[in-house]
Design a protein around this ligand. Structure first.
Ligand code: NAD
Length: 256
């Protein structure tokens, strides 16, 4: 379905971003990966799906590096057809204790980076009258949890940015939608499991059970593979008129 198209997924060396990159690659899209840590492993996993793979190590907190990444993608692959704004970090603390530097980093990586990549991707998408912008927000783009002020504010911002992007391009072939996962067991969440286990003196399994019990009626994690298939749907012809939605995959979190 996406053969000949190029998808750039930010923060795709791990977790949800890698899951989405692989799902898009299975549909034939060439992939530009981005993110820190091990790069060769994820590159090999995507290449094994028979598509071309590029990588750019832009730090998504730095607009100049995002510009360099978009220029690299255009130069290597001609154009970005599918942009997935996924890179994100978390920090958990009450507002009065929240480190200012962490607030700024979360705003830059979780929110402003999506604005920068979007503004740079739009002209080429509009030129061919086809494009898909998929913002990985969170259930925290729709509802809040205590001790996550920066994350919740940034993710609500991402949902707002998604709607504006969708509206500004509503008469074109460029759509923009958000994905709002509940708990997904990635390194980002494992850190929160570890913190709970340490604070309460309980096992990893008990901490996972508590975490799910608090919020997620299904008592199941959503998987990066499931989220990848939702991204594939947004890219499909059936997704042509799906514009500006914030679609949860949250095990019933927000149905309560
Ligand atoms: P993760 O930690 O597994 O992956 C994050 C990715 O972002 C990694 O590839 C990392 O290298 C990259 N990254 C971090 N800082 C970066 C920076 N400054 N520049 C470039 N890349 C950077 O986390 P994840 O759980 O897969 O999270 C991916 C997205 O999904 C985030 O936006 C997160 O907020 C969102 N999300 C996660 C969950 C969850 O339960 N895991 C739930 C809802 C939303």
């Amino acid at each position: 379905m996406l053969k000949g198209k190029t998808a750039l997924v930010t923060g795709s060396t791990s977790g949800i971003g890698l899951g989405i990159a692989k799902a898009l690659a299975r549909q034939g899209a060439n992939i530009v990966l981005n993110g820190f840590g091990d790069v060769e492993g994820p590159q090999a996993e995507v290449a094994a799906l028979g598509v071309q793979v590029g990588y750019h190590g832009a730090d998504m907190s730095k607009p100049a590096e995002i510009e360099a990444m978009m220029a690299y993608a255009a130069q290597q692959f001609g154009r970005v057809d599918v942009l997935v704004n996924n890179a994100g970090i978390q920090h958990v603390a009450r507002i009065e204790d929240f480190p200012v530097e962490r607030w700024d980093a979360i705003m830059a990586i979780n929110l402003s980076s999506a604005f920068h990549a979007t503004r740079l991707a739009l002209p080429a998408m509009k030129a061919v009258n086809w494009g898909r912008i998929i913002n990985v927000a969170s259930i925290h783009g729709l509802v809040a949890s205590a001790e996550k002020s920066a994350y919740v504010a940034a993710k609500h911002g991402v949902v707002g940015l998604t709607k504006v992007t969708a509206l500004e391009n509503a008469t074109t072939g460029v759509t923009c939608n958000a994905i709002c996962p509940g708990w997904v067991l990635t390194p980002l969440v494992q850190k929160q499991v570890d913190a709970k286990a340490a604070a309460l003196g309980i096992s990893n399994e008990e901490a996972i059970k508590l975490l799910l019990q608090e919020k997620e009626p299904s008592m199941q994690f959503t998987t990066p593979e499931e989220l990848g298939e939702l991204a594939v749907f947004f890219c499909s012809p059936a997704g042509n008129n799906v514009r500006g939605v914030a679609w949860n995959m949250d095990g019933g979190w927000t149905a309560q």
